[in-house]
Write a protein that binds this ligand. Structure first.
Ligand code: ZN
Ligand code: ZN
Length: 379
């Protein structure tokens, strides 16, 4: 019944925005509100009903989905032709006037198709009984609700975190001098599936030696060498929910420069985790990590944010980064789940990143991933 509570929460946001309908076209948001997992679909949220729009491929699956819900909570509408035409038909039938759309996710061409469809259906002035329907751009209405995970979501991510941590604890089995980055990445992907994940949550990163200085490197054919730091950043999707973890494995003795990176990044990670508790702004969590790196003379070497929310998508709100004009920085709340992933990168030398997933609790946070932070392999 989790979806009913989610529908209620989002309806409150829709009501507060003075909308009488919300058209949801971003599939993770459709899934969040209904549990529907198809590759196409849309949803029209009305004050008293939620219309799940699916094409014939998904009609049966959608019916099964709502069978366990109270009658009428979610109603299936089968789309005969195009989604946009069907959405317009529904909005006209319901006489919706102020209709929210998800500005971040609806293309201009779809917006135009819906606008002209609604305009074409407007009665001639003599018969007009109300204002022309208007499409209103909304931002993050559902994403805002998704930031706070409910019990079902926390359970899925906690279990995902446990499973991905088990793989992380075995990283020494994957990494050895002479092995290629891309073969290690392929083996990690197999391990992720074998651990019960439906698939990797993103393209697995294995970045060794100089490549580890590139925060978002893609695995190459480079063979690992003694002295390399190797950044392994990987995640999986468990029951629809993403987990995300990074460890850096050192092959043989690190250079003095790398040793300093390991120490500084570990301290930055510890400081950021210690800063997480309700009421703290994401920018303050970021600053906790960043200040440590700056103190070590590595401010310039940390060019990304400290973390990001995870959930149905691998990058969600909240964003844990520096305060920036126009970007949200509202205090974190219990039930939020995000990554803490400071790193430091020295071009030509190498990089170190440590990433864990945390759940904000009533008085601090719970680490959802757990594996030794510094992994040194003696050669
Ligand atoms: Zn990651
Ligand atoms: Zn991440």
């Amino acid at each position: 019944m989790a979806v009913l509570a989610r529908l209620d929460r989002v309806r409150a946001h829709v009501h507060a925005a003075s909308l009488d309908a919300l058209v949801v076209t971003h599939l993770p948001n459709v899934r969040y509100l209904t549990g529907f997992t198809g590759t196409a679909g849309a949803l029209v949220l009305l004050p008293d009903r939620c219309l799940l729009m699916v094409d014939f491929r998904y009609a049966t699956a959608a019916q099964d989905l709502i069978a366990s819900l109270p009658t009428g909570a979610i109603v299936i509408e089968t789309v005969p032709q195009t989604y946009d035409a069907a959405i317009v038909d529904v909005l006209r039938r319901e006489s919706s006037r102020r209709i929210g759309i998800e500005a971040a996710w609806l293309s201009v061409s779809r917006f135009n198709a819906m606008s002209s469809g609604l305009a074409a259906g407007t009665p001639t002035p003599l018969r007009a009984s109300g204002p022309t329907p208007v499409l209103v751009a909304t931002e993050r209405l559902i994403e805002r609700a998704r930031m706070i995970k409910d019990a079902e979501e926390v359970e899925a991510i906690r279990e995902g975190g446990r499973r991905i941590s088990e793989i992380a604890r075995r990283l020494a089995d994957f990494v050895a001098p002479g092995r290629r980055e891309d073969e290690i990445a392929a083996e990690l992907d197999s391990a992720i599936r074998a651990a019960g994940f439906s698939r990797p949550a993103f393209e697995t990163i294995v970045a060794s030696g100089p490549n580890s200085a590139l925060p978002h490197a893609r695995p190459t054919g480079r063979r690992l060498e003694a002295g390399d730091s190797t950044v392994l950043d990987f995640g999986g999707i468990y029951e629809g929910y993403c987990v995300d973890l990074t460890r850096t494995v050192q092959l043989g003795a690190p250079s003095a420069a790398l040793r300093q990176l390991y120490q500084a990044v570990a301290k930055a990670h510890e400081a950021a985790v210690a800063a997480v508790r309700p009421g703290v702004r994401p920018s303050a969590i970021d600053a906790a990590a960043r200040d440590v790196l700056v103190q070590h003379g590595l401010g310039e070497a940390f060019g990304h944010g400290t973390g990001h929310g995870i959930g149905l998508e691998i990058h969600e709100d909240p964003r844990i980064g520096r305060e920036m004009p126009g970007l949200p920085d509202a205090p974190v709340e219990p039930g939020m789940i995000f990554t803490i992933e400071p790193g430091a990168y020295l071009p030509g030398t190498g990089g170190v990143r440590i990433e864990d997933d945390v759940l904000v609790t009533a008085d601090g946070c719970e680490l959802l991933t757990d594996a030794p932070q510094l992994m040194m392999i003696d050669l």
